[in-house]
Design a protein around this ligand. Structure first.
Ligand SMILES: Cc1ncc(COP(=O)(O)O)c(C=O)c1O
Length: 465
């Protein structure tokens, strides 16, 4: 059994649990009610001889043991309603406040800049919803002052939003829906087919007088490419200074970057930044960083209720999960450089071993782009050959648990990822893509086992042809 990186949790057992969750295990294993750490359970009916190697950390991460502890302490001791003034309520409130500080510290913000949400999808939707409302409020004020008209040449003016063509569905589909419903004009700026980045000049060229929001992810979930958010914000901020309100709001979805590379919202210069717990060993909750919510930067709530989260996101707080998010954030702030070094070193080792075993000519890295930096943990690779479609290769693997692209696209059949195609990867190469993403606990011997598994799968598939 593998020794893990931090000695916190066992990646082998983790792999087995993930197999269960992902439906990879047989039906007896995938029934619920087992104890994940063994004991009398359904696990005993399963074939546990085979080790599973989890390399899909961009899809989700397990919880760190400290995070589980923080959650269970909150469940036991801070069950009170955080709005109640007696002890259990005050305990819950204190935990939430501490978590808010930890999450803020992790992204270079202030505690008051953090709004807890159910996850990344909600945080992204909140930004788009806000931008549209903000546009109309500012527009209404300007119209009253005689500066603007809501119709031009008989056509109604719509708020304009710019985003990229490689965003997560929680941005892409939100933008498409606003456009379909006639609530916004949306420009999907294509990423460069050379760098796989959104180029700042291309975004600036798309700006219109009605542009109210630019939303570009910090790191892509499939290629791992880091987008030039800081440069983009600098350009937009100087443009904002030259033109009258409404200013263009800036948002980045940092779901994939947090916990892997340094993320500092102030340094980046964004107004909003999306935080997704389950990508950095926290539970499935999230937060939105807003630079001075309601003062410097607008937030219009999508929900109305009991006043929690200063009315920006009401609803009785999910204290235990917020406690877990705060603990995971604290771990990132404390250990980021160690995590990053480990992830980069492990990914480099994985890439080297893939080249050693298959030969350079048979491997194409879909996460290597001229002039672009990438996440330290993401190896998107195609093993070239007509029989080696990504999905076929993965389903022939006995141990490796990975994906061919974003988890939310897992029902796309054999169609190659639109993100890879948009990034300039030829269709026949993209069709073979495997997204391997390593984690804090991935060891060299996990890499060896995964590569050997791939070697056997490829041998089998090519032998059949
Ligand atoms: C880049 C990105 N944004 C947003 C999300 C959505 O976050 P959540 O699953 O918390 O809704 C994900 C998760 O897959 C993601 O990878």
């Amino acid at each position: 059994m593998e020794k893990n990186f931090q000695g916190h949790w066992d990646p082998v057992m983790m792999g087995k649990r993930e197999a269960d969750v992902m439906g990879e295990a047989d039906s007896a294993c995938s029934a619920s009610g087992h104890h994940p750490h063994g004991g009398q359970s359904l696990w005993q009916h399963c074939d546990l001889q085979e080790e599973r190697i989890y390399m899909d950390y961009n899809a989700t991460t397990p919880l760190e043991s400290e995070v589980i502890l923080a959650i269970s302490e909150a469940l036991h001791e801070a069950w009170g309603n955080p709005s109640s003034s007696y002890l259990p309520g005050r305990k819950a409130k204190n935990i939430i406040n501490r978590s808010r500080e930890n999450v803020a510290r992790m992204v270079g913000g202030r505690a008051e800049d953090i709004i807890f949400t159910s996850g990344g999808t909600e945080a992204n939707n909140l930004v788009f919803y806000t931008a549209i409302k903000y546009f109309w409020e500012a527009r209404g004020a300007a119209e009253i002052n005689g500066q603007e008209k809501s119709h031009q040449n008989g056509k109604s003016v719509l708020p304009h939003i710019i985003t990229s063509n490689v965003e997560h569905d929680s941005v892409k589909l939100t933008a498409e829906n606003l456009s379909r419903e006639g609530k916004a004009d949306v420009t999907f700026v294509p990423v460069s087919k050379v760098t796989a980045r959104v180029e700042v000049e291309d975004v600036m060229a798309a700006v219109r007088p009605t542009t109210c929001l630019i939303s570009v992810m910090l790191a892509n979930n499939e290629t791992g490419v880091l987008m030039p958010i800081r440069e983009l914000c600098q350009r937009v901020r100087s443009l904002n200074k030259q033109q009258p309100a409404p200013r263009i709001l800036l948002h980045t979805d940092a779901a994939q970057a947090i916990g892997k590379v340094r993320v500092d919202a102030q340094e980046l210069g964004v107004d909003y930044l999306t935080i997704v717990g389950h990508k950095f060993y926290a539970p499935r909750v999230g937060a939105l960083y807003v630079n001075g919510p309601g003062t410097t930067t607008p937030v219009f709530p999508m929900f109305f209720g009991g006043g929690q989260e200063r009315n920006f996101r009401p609803g009785t707080e999910n204290t235990p999960m917020i406690a877990g998010l705060g603990k995971a954030a604290e771990l990132v702030s404390t250990h980021l450089s160690r995590y990053e070094t480990h992830l980069r070193e492990t990914t480099l080792y994985l890439e080297q071993r893939l080249q050693d075993v298959f030969g350079r000519e048979k491997i194409h890295f879909n996460s290597h782009f001229l002039g672009s930096e990438t996440l330290p943990n993401t190896c998107n690779v195609s093993i070239l050959g007509p029989e080696l479609k990504g999905r076929r290769v993965l389903s022939s693997c006995r141990r490796l648990l990975a994906s061919v692209g974003a988890a939310c696209h897992s029902n796309r059949g054999d169609r190659p990822s639109h993100i890879l195609l948009s990034s300039g990867i030829p269709p026949e190469v993209a069709a073979n893509a495997l997204r391997l993403s390593v984690g804090r606990g991935t060891t060299h011997s996990d890499v060896e086992l995964a590569v050997e598994d791939l070697r056997q799968a490829v041998q089998q598939l090519e032998g059949l042809s």
